[in-house]
Design a protein around this ligand. Structure first.
Ligand code: ADP
Ligand code: MG
Length: 728
């Protein structure tokens, strides 16, 4: 057996090294020295701690960060004081506990460092207590019924595993957020808990397989972030974009993404300048922004950092989204993170590249050159396969939000079926395992390009598949369903916990086994046989797959509200409780919050539509109709026997559509009112919003979009898709 020794290259140093090579080659060494100076310059990272903290304090803090040993309050005092001095040097005046409530975005409340003295002056102070614990009022954050508004107290607790940083003149301290009674009110707490759960179970498996060197297993993630950029002036004229983040109206432009000329296309200067400044801001925050390019849809782009631990990557992704929006404004641009800002062209997602690695550098999902012999890899691979099959509903709900409903299981979208892509090589091994044992690995070989001056490239043993929601991509899985605007905490704590459970089942068996190798073989054969239904290597976007998946018994959960049922399914409540990731109460609260969020989102969208239709579109089309009528009268009054059939036909068509528009507005208004009044059962109310209000929004839009194609563009009250998509 040859366990894989491929090193996980997470971490700042490797990044800098790689960067050195690239920059030194292209721009000369001068720029590179600038870059290494700015990278992480706003982060209280390991290097800063090592340099500034007394040795004993540094050691104690490191023990807490790496081994989870509780922190001594005296140590916290020293750290706080050093942190404050460092922050003041960087020009900060305030500190804030930075946390991630269940709104999916981040929250911060700033306190200045000043403390008054007897002589009427101030000194700068920051204590260990202030570093460790904060007490923000929690009553205005979503809690899903965990707490009543009169129990306002909430606590934030320092998460020292994610470094503090400076943003907008404040020292930001990453924290977890919980209620007075100790329930998690945020996205970070369950993530941290799930990382511990996975580490513990994975280590048991590793030990049973004979590993004596690893002390910790770390889950890693590199999220590829997609986004749209539009011109600020154009954006300002669209109430829908301002209020909801997506266009609620808009006829299809003559050109969409069909020419595929935007993907990887040369960057426009304005975009390039934006991306450059964005990179720099992110680097200052220690975020290793690495890849940037144009995406498939016009005005769509992508940014990917180098992966790191799921905890830090989640913080970094939140900061990235925040920074993307802020920097865009400096360039008179607006960054749209919504999953589907425009109908008819691609929406945005976040590809959650996930893996597991040991503290001594083994990527547990690296197949190596001979995967069939790599016992350790196969065990972890099959554990993931089983986990995804058994907890597909949890993965599905982790990727569910109202915006993503347009990207999954909808008209223009791929089906919302969870399946795994493995590729030829692993598929072949799986088949061998099912038949009793794997004895060979297919090889990629070499790829001849047919031009003698070009090198023969080594061919990967497996192709990529862009249509799979959960694709194996070499040494990691890429969960592609994740919504572009959402926190990646949810998807990652779901994956971590589901995999932890299966690893615990594997460990139970291996720890008892007399012949570990034989038991491994038995486990692999069993897992493959029972869970091969989740593996699908074909075209995930095809209609045939929908039929095939149904035959296999795989769920196709089309809407967010249906997906939320997974949060209160008994098997999932039991799972989350078993690993103390989320208690029953905490799960139920997340179910409530998801539904409430759905209701509120659709309500805002529907009301925005009504307002735009009534006060912008209707007046515009009436004006246009009046213009035509006036023109017909004018022509007739000249006494010339001119043909006015064109004008008359247009007027008839516009008037008929205007009548329908008016009627559809009323129908939508009535539906919103009915749904809003339907208090009581949240699920039933959310269903009304989905299957009544949302449907009627579609009907209203159809007429308005038709009118847009008929009405004089000078009269149309808002910028069109062409202007929004091709204007930057
Ligand atoms: P592609 O678009 O071909 O999928 P990208 O390079 O855009 O590839 O993104 C791949 C992402 O996967 C990057 O963020 C990368 O750092 C991340 N990644 C690579 N290895 C791992 C790993 N072991 N664990 C988690 N993420 C990883
Ligand atoms: Mg990708």
């Amino acid at each position: 057996m040859t366990p894989s020794h491929t090193k996980i290259c997470g971490g700042v140093y490797v990044f800098l090294l790689m960067f050195y090579k690239v920059t030194a080659k292209t721009k000369g060494v001068l720029l590179m020295s600038n870059l290494s100076q700015i990278f992480g310059s706003n982060v209280f990272n390991d290097a800063v701690m090592k340099e500034r903290l007394p040795k004993a304090t540094y050691k104690a803090l490191k023990k807490t960060i790496e081994e989870g040993i509780p922190l001594d309050p005296a140590v916290a005092d020293v750290v706080a004081s050093v942190m404050k001095d460092w922050a003041l040097e960087k020009g900060a005046t305030h500190f804030t506990h930075w946390f991630q409530p269940m709104t999916g975005i981040t929250a911060e409340k700033h306190d200045s460092f000043i403390s008054p003295t007897a002589d009427g002056k101030v000194i700068m102070e920051f204590s260990g207590k202030e570093l460790i614990k904060g007490e923000p009022d929690a009553s205005s954050f979503p809690s899903g019924g965990i707490r009543a508004t009169f129990e306002a107290r909430g606590y934030t607790a320092w998460d020292c595993t994610s470094p503090a940083f400076i943003k907008d003149g404040s020292l930001c301290i990453p924290t977890a957020f919980c209620s007075y009674t100790g329930e998690a009110l945020d996205k970070k707490t369950p993530l941290l808990r799930s990382m511990e759960a996975l580490s513990k179970q994975a280590l048991r498996v590793l030990k049973a397989l004979g590993n004596t060197t690893s002390n910790k297993v770390i889950t890693t993630v590199g999220p590829e972030q997609e986004y749209f950029i539009v011109d600020k002036k154009t954006y300002d004229q669209r109430k829908d974009l301002i209020m909801t983040g997506r266009t609620l109206f808009g006829a299809k432009p003559p050109k969409g993404q069909e020419l595929e000329d935007h993907y990887f296309g040369s960057l426009k200067e304005k975009i390039s300048a934006y991306m450059k400044e964005l990179d720099e801001e992110l680097w200052k925050l220690g975020i290793s922004a690495k890849t940037k390019h144009n995406e498939v849809a016009p005005a769509q782009h992508e940014l990917a950092p180098i992966f790191t631990t799921t905890n830090i990557a989640t913080d970094h992704n939140q900061l990235t989204m925040d920074t993307m929006k802020k920097v865009a404004l400096r360039h008179d641009l607006v960054c749209l993170l919504h999953e589907k800002p425009f109908a008819g062209i691609n929406g945005s997602g976040k590809h959650n590249n996930w893996s597991m690695g040991t503290d001594d550098g083994i990527n547990l999902l690296d197949p190596g050159n001979t995967p069939h012999e790599n016992e350790q890899f196969l065990v972890f691979l099959c554990a993931v396969i089983k986990a995804v099959d058994e907890y597909a509903d949890l993965l599905r709900v982790s990727a569910a939000n109202p915006g993503n409903d347009h990207r999954l299981g909808a008209n223009e979208a791929p089906p919302a079926i969870i399946s795994i892509f493995l590729g030829d090589q692993l598929q072949d091994i799986l088949e061998q395992l099912e038949n009793g044992g794997a004895t060979s690995s297919k090889n990629g070989g070499k790829m001849e390009i047919g031009v003698t001056t070009l090198p023969a490239l080594p061919k990967d043993a497996t192709d990529r598949n862009r249509t799979s929601p959960f694709a194996f991509t070499g040494n990691k899985f890429e969960f592609r369903m994740v919504p572009s605007s959402a926190s990646i905490a949810g998807p990652n704590y779901m994956i971590n916990t589901a995999v932890a459970e299966i690893l615990s089942q594997v460990a139970d068996r291996l720890e008892k086994a007399k012949d570990v190798t034989a038991e491994v073989k038995a486990i692999l054969t069993e897992y493959v046989t029972k869970h091969k239904r989740i593996v699908f290597n074909g075209n995930g976007y095809s209609d045939e797959w929908v039929v095939e998946a149904e035959k296999r018994g795989l769920a196709n959960t089309r809407t967010t509200i249906e997906a939320t049922k997974a949060l209160i399914a008994e098997k999932n409540l039991a799972l989350m409780e078993k690993y103390s990731v989320l208690s029953r109460v905490e799960m139920e609260s997340r179910y409530e919050i998801a539904l409430e969020n759905y209701i509120k989102t659709i309500n805002i969208e529907a009301l925005t539509m009504v307002e735009m239709a009534k006060r912008q579109i209707l007046p515009a089309v009436i004006k246009f109709a009046t213009n035509i009528a006036g023109s017909i009268n004018t022509i007739k009054s000249t006494g010339v026997a001119a043909d006015v059939t064109a004008q008359t036909e247009l007027l008839t068509e516009v008037s008929a559509l205007t009548a329908t528009l008016k009627k559809n507005i009323a129908v939508l208004e009535a539906a919103v009112e009915k749904a809003s009044d339907a208090h009581g059962d949240t699920y039933a109310q959310a269903s009304l919003f989905r299957f009544d209000v949302f449907e009627k929004m579609g009907t209203l839009r159809e007429v308005a979009d038709k009118l847009e194609t008929l009405v004089d563009e000078d009269v149309w009250p808002m910028p069109t898709y062409s202007e929004l998509l091709f204007n930057v």
